[in-house]
Structures are given as structure tokens and as C-alpha cells.
Design a protein around this ligand. Structure first.
Ligand code: APR
Ligand code: MG
Ligand code: MG
Length: 195
């Protein structure tokens, strides 16, 4: 296990830790940008209230609810849809760097869930209409451009934005692990992004 990573059991055994659960929802698509650039996959992230990009989800109290039930509750607030989450969707848990010496340690739990394209579109519609957090904690959902355009626009530009916590590495690791972008293309995008 890489440094900083924890098993689910270790994470839940930490007394005094706070927990946050976030998920990467994605779908395959055959649609094309400008009728010629394959979009390949729709990956949902959000513009947060603090101006940073992140994944949907939030704080969960394991004394009151399971991690997955808490994540589903956060998703209903932020996306306006009921999305059951399961232990099988869990990918990794790790300690977040302490924001201040006095703050209790935060453990972030990351999940990935593959959906159908139409389900993702439904999530986008609900997030912009019925979600209670819309316009408040969540300023809007965004899709991640996975292509690289002539001149470098696309994924490299997206990765140059500012992200909450380790959301950027959660994204990059997922692109690689799920083979959503070819490793050499991802490498080029990372080199061209300024972060
Ligand atoms: N990696 C690491 N930390 C993250 C990530 C991530 N990918 N995404 C979010 N966090 C951190 C945030 O900084 C926050 O401290 O996890 C915590 C909870 O995530 P949020 O999605 O922001 O929590 P949520 O419950 O949806 O919103 C509550 O209201 O009181 C404020 O600042 C508080 O951010 C909190 C928000
Ligand atoms: Mg929330
Ligand atoms: Mg949140």
C-alpha cells in the first residue's frame, strides 16, 4: 500500500478522525466534439463554493451512518439524485495533510462508479435543477476534457486549474488505472499542465 494510504478497516478504527467520501462518476460516450474529436468518456467533477474543482461527496460521520450511506446522502444534496453506493465502489482511503496542527485528522475515501451515458446526463440535469446545494456549496458540474487539441487545449488545460485536497491526483490516478486516457497522452498532458 502506498504511503498515506489506509485500508478501510484501519481508516474506520481511527478514533478522533474525521471522514470525507467523494466519488468519480463516469460513463463511456460515442459523442464527438465538433463532429470529429472523440470525447470517449464523460467524467463528472464540480466547481465548488471555494472556487476549487473537486469530486461530489462530503463529510460523513461513521458513528451515525456507513461511509457509503453518508456518501449517498451527500450525493443527494449535491446532485439531486438518489445514487446507492456500495463497498465495491471504494478505491482508496488516505490521510489528508493536516490543515492546521490543532485540527482533527481528515481521512478521505475515494469511490468510482461507472454509469450509462443517459444516467450521467440525468445527474447533470438534476444537479442544475433539484439539487439543494446547487448555487451554494456547488456552483456547477463540469465534465473533464480527456482529449488534447492542437495547441495543447483539453486535458492539460483542465489539469492546470486548482483542485481541492488531492482531487487532482485522484483524477489522474483514475484515468491511468481505468485506462480512460492512454498513458503517453496522459504523460504529455501532465508535462504541459503548469501544476
Ligand atoms: N481530497 C482531499 N480532501 C478533500 C477532497 C479531496 N478530493 N475533496 C474534499 N476534500 C476535503 C475538503 O477540503 C473538506 O474539508 O474534504 C472535506 C469535506 O469535503 P466537502 O465535499 O467540502 O464536504 P461537504 O460535507 O460536502 O461540505 C461541507 O461546508 O462547512 C463547510 O468547509 C466545510 O467543506 C466543508 C463544507
Ligand atoms: Mg456536501
Ligand atoms: Mg461536498
Amino acid at each position: 500500500m502506498a504511503s498515506g494510504q489506509l485500508s478501510r478497516v484501519e481508516a474506520l478504527a481511527c478514533s478522533g478522525c474525521r471522514h470525507a467520501c467523494h466519488v468519480m462518476l463516469y460513463a463511456d460516450t460515442k459523442s464527438q466534439l465538433f463532429g470529429k474529436i472523440p470525447i470517449r468518456h464523460i467524467i463528472l467533477m464540480q466547481m465548488r463554493f471555494d472556487g476549487l474543482l473537486g469530486f461530489p461527496g462530503g463529510l460523513v460521520n461513521p458513528a451515525e451512518e456507513t461511509l457509503e450511506a453518508g456518501l449517498s446522502r451527500e450525493l443527494s444534496e449535491e446532485l439531486g439524485v438518489a445514487l446507492p453506493m456500495s463497498v465495491e465502489d471504494h478505491v482508496v482511503s488516505c490521510h489528508a495533510p493536516a490543515s492546521s496542527p490543532s485540527s482533527s485528522r481528515l481521512i478521505t475515501h475515494f469511490y468510482v462508479k461507472k454509469m450509462e451515458e443517459e444516467q450521467i446526463r440525468e445527474v447533470e440535469r438534476a444537479a442544475a435543477s433539484t439539487a439543494t446545494d446547487h448555487g451554494q456549496e456547488v456552483l456547477g458540474m463540469v465534465r473533464v476534457p480527456l482529449y488534447t487539441m492542437k495547441g495543447g487545449g483539453g486535458l492539460a488545460s483542465f489539469l492546470s486549474h486548482s483542485f481541492i485536497g488531492n482531487a487532482r491526483s485522484q483524477l489522474v490516478d483514475s484515468l491511468l488505472r481505468l485506462n480512460l486516457v492512454a498513458p503517453e497522452e496522459l504523460h504529455k498532458a501532465l508535462v504541459h499542465s503548469v501544476k
